[in-house]
Design a protein around this ligand. Structure first.
Ligand SMILES: Nc1ncnc2c1ncn2[C@@H]1O[C@H](COP(=O)(O)OP(=O)(O)OP(=O)(O)O)[C@@H](O)[C@H]1O
Length: 256
């Protein structure tokens, strides 16, 4: 579904992503792991069009999308969540979903101001879509709650709902389980499995190794911007280079 060739991003003299060849296969859960500062978020920023690569190429379903801006990439079916959830705290969950969806629908500013027939039609479509995705992520009962009043884990589900509202093919999840407890983490892992079962392709950055080992079909390991390993969870957990560079030098470190 997505392929990178020698993808590179430098910030001044600092090479954040260094000649990475990578592939995301349709229908799979692919994980990107690596220590802090390894270049994982920068890699997501490159494939979602937020950053322009210094060199290298990105292909989406065979099409070269290397220098496309983020809104075009989004239209082509890539949605993402961010490490810190970007929701409007004072607005309700429903309004957040409608705003998020509206930003990607067609009516322009004036159409919204005069509330044209097309605008009203789009608005009701957004509302319907919002209800659908909230149900999918198990958060229907939160629709009318202000975001500020829901838990961290619920916010994570809403952020995923927001990504799903655009009907993506590929969803990029940046540390979806950060800051939530073990029970909540397994609930979230179930949701990610359900997304895969629904036919979505998923790429996930996550530090919680146990979750990744249970969830991922394939893992890429980054270290200082460079891909140091790639393979199934079983292959990665016995890879000497990975154990030394990332898992702390002993196989025990894998559990965390
Ligand atoms: N906008 C930027 N400007 C300058 N340097 C940046 C920028 N974004 C990232 N970097 C640098 O690129 C390197 C990779 O950072 P990145 O955030 O991609 O790592 P990461 O693997 O996502 O880390 P973490 O797990 O802590 O989120 C770091 O050295 C970082 O300081």
């Amino acid at each position: 579904m997505l392929k990178t060739e020698k993808l590179t991003k430098s910030f001044g003299g600092n090479i954040a992503v260094n000649a990475v060849d990578f592939q995301i296969n349709q229908g799979e859960i692919t994980a990107i792991i690596g220590p802090n500062g390894a270049g994982k978020t920068t890699f997501f920023n490159l494939i979602s069009g937020l950053h322009r690569p210094t060199s290298g190429k990105i292909f989406l379903e065979g099409e070269d999308v290397t220098n496309k801006p983020s809104y075009e990439i989004a239209k082509m079916g890539i949605a993402r969540t961010f490490q810190t959830t970007k929701l409007f705290a004072e607005a309700t969950v429903m309004d957040n979903l409608i705003i998020g969806h509206r930003l990607r629908t067609k009516s322009g500013f004036w159409s919204a101001v005069i509330r044209s027939k097309r605008y009203r039609k789009e608005e009701s479509e957004c509302r319907e879509k919002a209800l659908q995705v909230l149900e999918f992520v198990g958060a229907s009962e939160l629709a009318n709650r202000p975001v500020a009043s829901i838990s961290q884990e619920e916010q994570k589900r809403v952020a995923i709902a927001l990504a799903l509202a655009t009907d993506p093919k590929l969803v990029l999840l940046d540390e979806p389980a950060a800051g939530i407890n073990a029970d909540e983490t397994s609930g979230l892992a179930e949701l990610i499995k359900k997304m895969k079962q629904a036919g979505l392709t998923i790429c996930i950055i996550e530090h919680k190794m146990q979750m990744i080992m249970n969830l991922a079909d394939r893992i890429m390991v980054l270290n200082q911007g460079t891909k140091i390993a790639e393979g199934t969870p079983a292959e990665i957990s016995r890879n000497e280079t990975v154990i030394e560079a990332y898992l702390g030098g002993t196989p025990h470190a894998q559990a965390h």
